[in-house]
Design a protein around this ligand. Structure first.
Ligand code: ASP
Length: 409
């Protein structure tokens, strides 16, 4: 299992910060001197390499993690009341999180008024498509040849196929086992590959950010600042208002008791940026401090750590919208519905490890036809946002355990 090692993790964070600082120095120096500007082209390949590697991982990872996530629910025909309630809770809270993010990003418009031409264009058809056609086309995009979809990177179709295949495999018992094992092993391999590729993130940050700063200077920094503000504000609203209100209203646990009970899990999730690594602590806090029955916690929390990512979904929606704004691309209501759907599902496909959300976020970008180069900007601050969104992910799982405990005898 891929669990982050503390020392390595700190080293990676330090290297990413270093990449960012060097990009600032080099980027601003390039704005002052023609000679330095001439060198920018020599470093931008690093960003391109990182971006291409993300594209290598994303499609097999999402398919495998979707299949494994669904199979983990057990035989889909016999899924018990707890699983149904769990899925209803996960869907509800993840949707609320994405809506909070979408409202904020539309109101604040962190990327508006800035013209960052990072290269790459969104297809005009997507931008111009109307609401009615949009649904018809979405249906056609969701159900189609899965092999062609994998080859072409058709996000919705891959997600839908993963859900269907996982559901069917869960009913096949021993006959399905060989294929389930293949997907489990593919899932683990892709998570390990993600870990490896993340070691190139410092170079990616350096390469992509240098180019942006050299071309846009302070405009880029201020847009980035607003983007961070919107993500943090959204996570704050969800983590401090929505979740505690649900836990209190539906679970009968006051916010102070809730936060007092799970504070260790929140601290660990913040510092590791991994819901999976935090799981043992979350289980301990929820069972021993909040009195949730081990049977409920033992089902809801491991499942939640894999599929329920409120913070990640919120962040993915905001990031995609921010990138659209930065490119001056207006997304209609219909297209924002697509952002909503893909952010909610892509978060399910995100593993509970550091940086996973950034990788599945490329799915949202691909689905609405936004340029993947856009990650060049947000990559620089992603590590910090990862820590906060993971904390919200874990708070969402713990709230779910508290609520479902109340309705389970
Ligand atoms: N790091 C997050 C988690 O473990 C996933 C993400 O990157 O958003 O929950």
């Amino acid at each position: 299992m891929t669990t982050p090692d503390r020392k390595k993790d700190l080293l990676l964070t330090a290297l990413i910060v270093l990449g960012m600082v060097l990009a600032l120095i080099f980027g601003f120096a390039a704005r002052q001197s023609e000679t330095v500007m001439g060198l920018v082209g020599w470093v931008s390949w690093m960003g391109v390499l990182f971006k291409q590697l993300l594209l290598v991982i994303i499609y097999p990872l999402v398919l495998a993690s979707m299949v494994v996530g669904i199979v983990n629910l057990g035989d889909i025909r016999k899924v018990g009341g707890l699983a149904v309630k769990g899925l209803a809770y996960f869907t509800l809270t993840t949707s609320i999180a994405v809506v909070v993010g979408l409202v904020l990003v539309n109101v604040v418009q962190p990327g508006a008024g800035v013209d960052l031409s990072l290269g790459g264009e969104a297809p005009a058809t997507l931008v111009e498509r109307g609401f009615g056609d949009f649904f018809l086309e979405m249906m056609k995009n969701t159900f189609k040849n899965p092999f062609a979809s994998l080859a072409n990177g058709d996000v919705l179709a891959i997600l839908a196929f993963g859900i269907g295949l996982g559901a069917v495999l869960s009913t096949l018992g021993d006959h399905g086992k060989p294929l389930v094992d293949v997907f489990r092993s593919l899932n683990l391999a892709m998570m390990r590959l993600t870990d490896w590729v993340m070691w190139l993130a410092p170079l990616g940050v350096f390469g992509l950010l240098t180019k942006v700063i050299a071309e846009q200077g302070f405009d880029a920094i201020s847009a980035l600042g607003w983007y961070v503000f919107v993500v943090l504000a959204g996570l704050g609203i969800h983590g401090f208002l929505v979740l505690p209100a649900l836990g209190w209203g539906l679970g009968g646990v006051t916010p102070w008791r809730f936060f007092g009970g799970v504070k260790n899990a929140l601290a660990v999730s913040f510092s590791t940026a991994s819901s999976a690594a935090t799981l043992p602590v979350t289980l301990d806090c929820v069972e021993n401090n909040l009195g949730v029955k081990p049977r409920v916690a033992g089902f809801v929390l491991p499942l939640g750590a894999t599929v329920n990512m409120d913070g990640t979904a919120l962040y993915e929606a905001v990031a995609a919208m921010f990138i659209a704004q930065v490119y001056g691309i207006h997304l209609s209501l219909g297209q924002q519905v697509l952002v909503f759907i893909t952010a909610t599902t892509a978060a399910v496909g995100a593993a509970g490890i550091p940086g996973a959300g950034l990788i599945t976020m490329t799915l949202v970008l691909t689905a609405v036809g936004l340029p993947i180069e856009g990650i060049g900007l947000i990559l620089a601050v992603d590590r910090m946002l990862d820590m906060v969104r993971t904390t919200v992910n874990v708070a969402g799982d713990a709230t779910g355990a508290v609520i479902l405990d109340r309705y389970t005898t």
